[in-house]
Design a protein around this ligand. Structure first.
Ligand SMILES: Nc1nc2c(ncn2[C@@H]2O[C@H](COP(=O)(O)OP(=O)(O)OP(=O)(O)O)[C@@H](O)[C@H]2O)c(=O)[nH]1
Length: 345
């Protein structure tokens, strides 16, 4: 099976899993921002000029944060929504700094919260773009405060703050990227059988469930096939574990060679393999498995195959797997090296 095997988007989308994992952190950043702003207003009081505007925007932003938390906004994992959120944070912070006259004061570091939010979820490029936007906001604030934006004395603190944002944004995004890559590697490991590199039972169940749902909607048939090697124990006994492993690898090669790109093949464990053949009825599935049997060389261990087809032999994947298993045991009981497709209903 190639690396292009289909992975269902939800369970195996590592970027999505990563954002989901960070969602608690995102809520905490949001509440930290709101808490710092409210704390500032309580301790320092409303600014004399434009105080009501600052209060109104703070209450509005607080309301939005509450709504985001209620709606589990960050669990949604849609990147454009998260990007809009960081923009809203930057605008709110800029407005707050404008109202409190503190572009060069300690509250200017609030921009760090927007940058960390972006770096956690949106990647290096978007985060760097946001730093540029913050630089523009800070220059605008200087201008609105009546400072000369070309004077070095005014530009220096802005430059220092932008430099800090760049470093924090870049390092956080780079760290997150490393986590993302190791997540991908872990997901791959968690979905594969160590010996054959085929999907394991867990990955098969996830993939098969989404194919089952699609088949149910489109009323298309599909086949579930259980394949069990005949006599692996005696191969192990005669040739050792290495010979048994090689026999399993040979069978894996044969299964890969006979499958279409849309078919899924997995190792269920031991000498048992499973295939799911989308858009294939019982007749087509049986024909395909007969071809697999006739391609089996004399010196290769034989296999016993059981087939169940959707929808005739079951409305759920579990029932189909049971039927395919029962059919496979009929093949085995009849001496192996054959394919059985039957309804147990
Ligand atoms: N080499 C090797 N052997 C394995 C592996 N997994 C399971 N086995 C062995 O495969 C054998 C399976 O035994 P059985 O279930 O009796 O299967 P069988 O010998 O093929 O007999 P039938 O299925 O009745 O034809 C056991 O001896 C297991 O120890 C593996 O990854 N590698």
């Amino acid at each position: 099976m190639s690396d292009h095997d289909p992975l269902p988007p939800l369970q195996w989308d590592s970027r999505g899993i990563q954002i989901q994992g960070f969602s608690t952190g995102l809520y905490q950043i949001e509440w930290l921002l709101v808490t710092i702003v409210i704390f500032y207003l309580v301790v320092m009081g409303l600014p004399a000029k434009g105080g009501l505007g600052v209060l109104a925007v703070t209450i509005g932003y607080f309301g939005l944060s509450l709504l985001a938390s209620r709606l589990r906004f960050f669990d949604d994992r849609q990147r454009w929504l998260l990007a809009m959120h960081t923009w809203a944070m930057i605008i709110f912070i800029t407005w707050f700094l404008y109202g409190t006259g503190g572009v060069t004061g300690p509250l200017a570091s609030l921009y760090l919260l927007a940058i960390v939010t972006s770096a956690l979820t949106l990647g290096v490029v978007i985060t760097m773009l946001e730093v540029v936007a913050i630089a523009a906001c800070q220059l605008l604030l200087l201008q609105l405060q009546g400072s000369d934006i070309l004077a070095l004395a005014n530009l220096a603190p802005v430059g220092t703050s932008i430099f800090t944002l760049l470093i924090v944004g870049y390092l956080t995004a780079a760290l997150v990227n490393t986590i993302h890559l190791s997540n991908r590697a872990l997901l791959k490991m968690a979905s594969r059988d160590a010996l054959t590199g085929l999907f394991n039972r867990r990955a098969f169940n996830d993939l098969a469930s989404s194919i089952h749902e699609m088949a149910k909607r489109s009323q298309n048939p599909y086949c579930v096939v259980l394949i069990d090697m005949d006599g692996l124990k005696s191969i192990n006994d005669k040739g050792g574990h290495g010979a048994g492993d090689q026999a399993l690898l040979d069978l894996t090669k044969r299964l890969r060679a006979c499958k279409r790109s849309s078919d899924i093949v997995a190792r269920f464990g031991g000498d048992e393999f499973v295939m799911l053949l989308p858009d294939t009825d019982a007749k087509g599935g049986k024909k395909m498995m007969q071809r697999l049997l006739s391609a089996t060389q004399r010196d290769q261990p034989s296999i016993s195959i059981g087939i169940a087809s959707y929808p005739e032999q079951g409305e759920t994947l579990e029932v189909l797997l049971d039927h395919a298993d029962a059919a496979m045991y009929l093949s085995k009981a009849a001496g192996g090296n054959r394919v059985t497709a039957r309804s147990v209903a």
